[in-house]
Ligand binder design. Structure first.
Ligand code: ADP
Ligand code: TYD
Length: 200
């Protein structure tokens, strides 16, 4: 049964954890079951997302973390205004590959606190369901055959996973075991999402 109102579902995880694969599979499954569902991702396809993907992530060195945090927050607000909000208002289920939790996990440091990142993202719509695919960086680094972005180092991925796990502990993210086949992970996600939709 398609909900009358839209639903906003986020999928999070370290690089190579299977987010894009799973978000796309989830959209397919939801459509098969009669829902109106759409895939989207961050960094977005908009002007700010393009700057992030084509410049910031392809540099040899990371720009200051505070600069990253602000840029991702600006891209997010633009993404929400031009894409996410209109889809939700049209009653669609929006499946988003990365969201605010990525900013907390990747940009959160002792100087750039998760609380401040939440503050600059306070105008971002709260997701109805936020899933986190957990897998060790030692496994994903083998999946990522060639380093594509400045974030894809074992050291960064380890730190990012730690922050994701603290968000799970705070019950801001729901953990999905990512150390299984694509089909098994998809089934777990499908179960959690269908259960959520049934009760919403
Ligand atoms: P992300 O969006 O998190 O970076 P992707 O979905 O792009 O991850 O997957 C990264 C790579 O790992 C792809 O080649 C994909 O086919 C592969 N992959 C995804 N999930 C699994 C899995 N559960 N087991 C093995 N390989 C996987
Ligand atoms: P993405 O294209 O999803 O990379 P992958 O498919 O390898 O997971 O995201 C690009 C990079 O941007 C990724 O390394 C995580 C980073 N990122 C942040 O650092 N902060 C953010 O707020 C977001 C949305 C992404």
């Amino acid at each position: 049964m398609t909900p009358k109102h839209g639903a906003f579902i986020c999928i999070e995880g370290i690089d190579g954890s299977g987010k894009t694969t799973q978000a796309r599979l989830l959209v397919k499954t939801l459509i098969k079951k009669g829902h109106e569902a759409t895939f989207t991702s961050e960094p977005s396809e908009g002007a700010y997302g393009k700057i992030i993907r084509n410049r910031i992530l392809l540099e040899n060195e990371r720009v200051p973390t505070v600069v990253e945090a602000v840029l991702f927050a600006v891209d997010r607000l633009d993404h929400i205004e031009h894409e996410i909000k209109p889809l939700l208002e049209g009653g669609k289920i929006v499946v988003c590959d990365r969201y605010v939790y990525s900013s907390i996990a990747y940009q959160g440091t002792s100087e750039v606190s998760p609380a401040w990142i939440e503050e600059i993202n306070k105008h971002a719509i709260k997701p109805n369901l936020a899933l986190y695919i957990d897998i060790s960086p030692e496994i994903t680094i083998k999946r990522i055959k060639r380093r594509k972005t400045v974030m894809e180092t074992l050291q960064t991925q380890r730190k990012v996973r730690k922050l994701y796990l603290s968000l799970v502990k705070e019950e801001k993210l729901i953990l999905v075991d990512g150390d299984a086949s694509i089909k098994e992970v998809a089934e777990t996600i499908e179960r959690k999402v269908l259960k959520f939709l049934k009760h919403s």
